[in-house]
Write a protein that binds this ligand. Structure first.
Ligand code: SF4
Ligand code: SF4
Length: 66
């Protein structure tokens, strides 16, 4: 099982994590005028491929295996 964390202060809402995740874990949301990525899918679906970490140019995503 994996824990996915997103530092929303670093997130620039580029959408690359949404596009790259094979299991549709991420979605972009907008709140109080700030757009950012959040974990919207089931974290249990994460396979630990780390492509989200690799694709995020802001270093906002961390995936840790429990
Ligand atoms: S790839 Fe990184 S910067 Fe882009 S939306 Fe996802 S978390 Fe935000
Ligand atoms: S590690 Fe892979 S499966 Fe897990 S959230 Fe990132 S892109 Fe999706």
């Amino acid at each position: 099982m994996y824990v996915i964390t997103i530092d929303i202060d670093k997130c620039e809402a580029c959408g690359d994590c949404v596009d790259t995740c094979p299991n549709e874990i991420f979605a972009l949301v907008e709140e109080n005028g700030k757009k950012y990525a959040m974990v919207a899918g089931d974290p249990d679906d994460c396979i630990g491929c780390l492509s989200c970490e690799a694709e995020c140019g802001e270093g906002a995503i961390t995936v840790t295996e429990l």
